[in-house]
Design a protein around this ligand. Structure first.
Ligand code: HEC
Ligand code: HEC
Ligand code: HEC
Ligand code: HEC
Ligand code: HEC
Ligand code: HEC
Ligand code: HEC
Length: 298
């Protein structure tokens, strides 16, 4: 596997400074010399404190040294216990009111987030960082990703808690039934979860933002199949804004245009249906042309 750090070692301003931290926080085991005994000891790292260098250097904050956000005192080890109480920056501390980031709508997203179930029920402890992992968050809106990659990235953000009780229980004593049980009303659960984002059903659909941050209570979730399985679907207004781009890449331009117009989700899977719809389209077109010729000849 190619590591971002190997094929492009100078991508990050923080690369050299971060080596020391990744020596321990980049793997499951770390070693240190015990000053008292002179022995080299090997210990297991808390799995929540292990970060992939590859993901870090592909993330939006890849140019940061760890100590830009964390105290420089972390360069000494054992770390001092009171460092744990260090207050962390919020997104808005750095991005708020900055015209450079206007296109990302930080203020608006915060407003939406504050109305969400997470903020309402859990309060201040549920920060933006809970979904935007400071050590790996990357943007998917840059046009270089396929819909399947976007969906899988988004959904893994949610499943990081909703399919992982160790993380979920940092905020709640409940143990929930698995997502598959909860969503039993959906036939072919696996296919759905790899084809649509959680937020398609769990936020209000009439929204112009790429990622609506107002996650609603479960009572308000979309259950109606028609919302997606029809020609004008909620997906067109959100996820499939990018369908055109992807379609062009994968099927060639003409195909994407023809299919997009009459794209019925699910039906598109069937090669014969595709063929039939293209033939029908062709026949209709031919019909119109012949009709027009006859009218002109009259
Ligand atoms: C010798 C290994 C080692 C090195 C080097 C190291 N850490 Fe740690 N770090 C740990 C371990 C182990 C923990 C888990 C808590 C503990 O046992 O002290 C930890 C915990 C942390 C925590 C969580 C808060 C806490 O104190 O529990 C932060 C943040 C952190 N390290 C940041 C850094 C940064 C930034 C660097 C580089 C400047 C760094 N660490 C270098 C081993 C290391
Ligand atoms: C953009 C700012 C930022 C950078 C850069 C950053 N961190 Fe963090 N880090 C945070 C924040 C914020 C948290 C708390 C996350 C949370 O609350 O979920 C955190 C949490 C941690 C923790 C776990 C502490 C805990 O209590 O959960 C460790 C360990 C850690 N960082 C190590 C590192 C290391 C090592 C690097 C460099 C490779 C690094 N961080 C770079 C912002 C940053
Ligand atoms: C300590 C300051 C700081 C904090 C805290 C911070 N950022 Fe950033 N962020 C930056 C800087 C500086 C850049 C530009 C990095 C570069 O160009 O290498 C950046 C880049 C980004 C980008 C990429 C912008 C683009 O045009 O592609 C996004 C998205 C982003 N941050 C989101 C967030 C989110 C979400 C949070 C909170 C979860 C956050 N940031 C917290 C300083 C910060
Ligand atoms: C429940 C999870 C969750 C929370 C909480 C959350 N976000 Fe996000 N956010 C996401 C996801 C998922 C994305 C989509 C990543 C992508 O597609 O680029 C995203 C995208 C963004 C973007 C980039 C938008 C774009 O057009 O690329 C910004 C900026 C952002 N969030 C800011 C915030 C801020 C600020 C907060 C806290 C006030 C916050 N987020 C809290 C999940 C969350
Ligand atoms: C850091 C962990 C975490 C992440 C990440 C997270 N959630 Fe949650 N979520 C929770 C917890 C904990 C609750 C329960 C809150 C309560 O009821 O006290 C919850 C509640 C919910 C609910 C409300 C359920 C109800 O009872 O009405 C929905 C819907 C939801 N989350 C969807 C999402 C979606 C979609 C994402 C991704 C964009 C996401 N969550 C990301 C932890 C998380
Ligand atoms: C096709 C629409 C749809 C999709 C996609 C979807 N959900 Fe749901 N979800 C629902 C509906 C509808 C409910 C309410 C079910 C009920 O109450 O019987 C629900 C319930 C939930 C609940 C509440 C569970 C409880 O009972 O406390 C959570 C949490 C949740 N979904 C998370 C997710 C996550 C995470 C994803 C993405 C991995 C996701 N959902 C994808 C429609 C959807
Ligand atoms: C949020 C949008 C959304 C909702 C709501 C939704 N679906 Fe789907 N469904 C999809 C997508 C996207 C696919 C995958 C299509 C593909 O891969 O070609 C799909 C696939 C399917 C398939 C498989 C089709 C095949 O070709 O294998 C069936 C069956 C299906 N959905 C039935 C339902 C039913 C029944 C409901 C209501 C309970 C429902 N869906 C609700 C978006 C949705």
């Amino acid at each position: 596997m190619l590591m971002a750090t190997e094929d492009n070692a100078i991508v990050s301003d923080g690369f050299e400074a971060n080596k020391q931290c990744f020596d321990c926080h980049g793997q499951r085991f770390y070693s240190f010399e015990n000053q008292n005994t002179g022995l080299i000891e090997r210990k297991a790292m808390n799995p929540n404190y292990v970060y992939s260098q590859d993901a870090y250097y592909r993330g939006v904050h890849k140019n940061f040294a760890c100590t830009d956000c964390h105290s420089p005192e972390y360069e000494t080890w054992p770390h001092q216990a009171e460092l744990r109480l260090e207050p962390m920056y919020t997104c808005l501390d750095c991005h708020g009111g900055d015209p450079t980031y206007e296109h990302l709508h930080f203020e608006l997203l915060e407003e939406e987030f504050l109305k969400s179930v997470h903020a309402e029920r859990i309060g201040d402890a549920f920060t933006c960082w809970k979904c935007h992992d400071p050590h790996s968050y990357k943007r998917m809106t840059t046009g270089e990703f396929r819909i399947s990659e976007i969906v899988s990235y988004h959904n893994s953000t949610c499943m990081n808690c909703h399919s992982n009780n160790d993380h979920y229980q940092l905020f709640s004593d409940d143990i929930k039934p698995g997502l598959e049980k909860i969503h039993h009303f959906l036939p072919n659960f696996k296919l759905h979860f790899s084809a649509v984002r959680c937020i398609e059903c769990h936020t209000s659909s009439a929204d112009t933002l790429w990622v609506n941050h107002n996650i609603l209570p479960k009572e308000n979730a979309v259950k109606n199949c028609i919302e997606c399985h029809s020609t004008s679907t909620i997906l067109m207004a959100s996820l499939y804004k990018y369908q055109n781009i992807e379609g062009r890449k994968e099927r060639g331009f003409l195909n994407a245009v023809i299919l997009n117009e009459a794209y019925v989700i699910g039906a598109n899977r069937n090669e014969y249906l595709n063929l039939i719809s293209i033939i029908l389209f062709g026949l209709t077109l031919a019909g119109i042309i012949i009709h027009t010729i006859f009218r002109l000849m009259k």
